[in-house]
Design a protein around this ligand. Structure first.
Ligand code: AMP
Length: 249
């Protein structure tokens, strides 16, 4: 696996490659990430994975500082999977402008996760556009776990005529139904059980009001719980850790 941290060097190396599949991540990799990477390995000649803990999408300093990292283990796993390139830049590499320039969306990004995390999606869209410009992928893989993010990236690709196919990938869950997430690593055993009950309530409640009542009974703090179209979305806080999930109704 070739490891690169310099954006310009990366761009140079990408140009002569065949079809490129790209999986952007923030590290602390788990089976959810690996499902995207495996799909990319199957569908493309070369696969590029990025690990970049994107500070601009965090509106809460403590949340950023406590975000789990496991770079050495991630590296080992990516080698085992036969990933072709790992791009792991530093903040200054990705933001030589110190975030003076940014992409923003005016509507959907202000709802759900965007309403409680000010500027979150500006950070996401900006870094994804930068990464696309560097990697120049034919296909880029995103999990339905972050459904709002996936949808905003699909719309951005259309809005800016980007030459990339956005490939949605299904949510990978534990056998108890909890969506895998890097943040789960911060939960205590008790917190983990609560998180499993959160997933179960979200999936099994017939009505939103029923879900709301059950979450409250569990003492789970709700950030939002909403249905849009045929999908139910929720963000909650367990042990001060923000977890999101969504299910098809
Ligand atoms: P993150 O490192 O959390 O930014 O996630 C990187 C990519 O992996 C995003 O496209 C996520 O939606 C995706 N992802 C994270 N967790 C899961 C999961 N449990 N199932 C499927 N995709 C996931």
């Amino acid at each position: 696996m070739i490891q690169i941290s310099d954006p310009i060097e990366l761009k140079k190396q990408m140009r002569p490659l065949g079809s490129i599949g790209f999986v952007p991540t923030m590290g602390a990799l788990h089976d959810g990430h690996f499902s995207l990477i495996k799909k990319s390995l199957q569908e493309n000649e070369k696969t590029v994975v990025s690990i970049f803990l994107n500070a601009t999408q965090f509106n809460n300093k403590e949340d950023l500082e406590k975000y789990p990292t496991s770079f050495k283990d991630d590296l080992k796993k990516l080698e085992e999977l036969n990933v072709d390139y790992l791009f792991a830049p530093e903040f200054i590499d990705m933001y030589p402008d110190n975030y003076r320039y940014r992409v923003s969306e005016d509507k959907f990004s202000k709802t759900l996760c965007g309403s409680s995390r000010m500027g979150h999606f500006d950070g996401v869209l900006t870094v994804v556009l930068k990464l696309f410009n560097l990697v120049q992928p034919n296909k880029a893989y995103f999990g339905e776990k972050d459904y709002q993010q996936l949808s905003l990236i699909q719309d951005m690709a259309k809005a800016f005529f980007l030459d990339v196919e956005i490939v949605p990938c299904p949510i990978v869950r534990t056998k108890e139904g909890l969506a895998l997430s890097s943040r789960n690593k911060r939960l205590s055993n008790e917190g983990l059980l609560k998180a499993q009950r959160f997933a179960k309530i979200l999936q099994e409640s017939k009505e939103l009001t029923e879900a709301q009542k059950k979450l409250q009974e569990e003492g789970i703090k709700i950030d939002y719980l909403e249905e849009i179209g045929s999908r139910r979305f929720a963000a909650v806080e367990i042990e001060n850790i923000r977890l999101i999930d969504n299910v098809e109704k």
